[in-house]
Design a protein around this ligand. Sequence first.
Ligand code: 16G
Length: 243
Amino acid sequence: LRSDLWLTSENGPRYVQLRRRLQEGIDTGVLAPNSSLPSERELVEITELSRVTVRKAIQELVQEGVIEQRQGSGSFIRERVQRVEQSLKHLTSFTEDMSSRGMETTSKWLERGVFAPTPEEVTALNLSDGEQISRIYRLREADGRPLALERAALPLDILPNPIEVTTSLYEVLDGLGRRPVRAVQKISALNLAAREAELLEVPEGAAGLNIERISFLKNGRVAEMTRSLYRGDAYDFVAELRL
Ligand code: 16G
């Protein structure tokens, strides 16, 4: 890490160079997951950079979720999640997506019941004044690791009793003969707010994907509007394009 060995030959601010050096150490396994990072003071001594520079490099790595600061015991290299490659071709459920990868789905329930819709749900689901919806809000985990927060709204004639959903929503809809056959999905980027970040076990402000799915039955009736927040460090969405 000695800065006289690298500082002069590289471009960019010093904290960026240091961050790059630390990232390289992590990528090559010199700094292993769960091991502790040298303290700020030690890094200042080794690199002979200023405390401000060292702190800034560390802050950025914390922000990116590469390292984690634990109260009173310093900074640690976070274990990296295995990224999930998700095709944007088929209308599948979370449970199906995970089981096709040999992973088991579990959910932590945040809300499940009949509630008033949000204004955007009223529009998306073509609801009439005062009409309520079945709400399903859960933290979705694969092999025990949190990957997404999903808040679904369904018209009551599509899903009259949300309590019936104990594992897979699409399985329940299938049983009712109302499995969606088509969906429109919109994906945008966002920084996760404190509460969502905590549930997804990433630092506040970490990158997330905001995915909105509106799905339809065979007869064209809208079946579901689901807003999902996916961990940005866990997903690659893949679409095949043809001329
Ligand atoms: C997927 C869908 C979500 C659907 C859920 C059903 C996305 C972005 N969203 O997560 O709209 O409600 O699957 O999953 O893919 P389940 O049948 O496992 O409950």
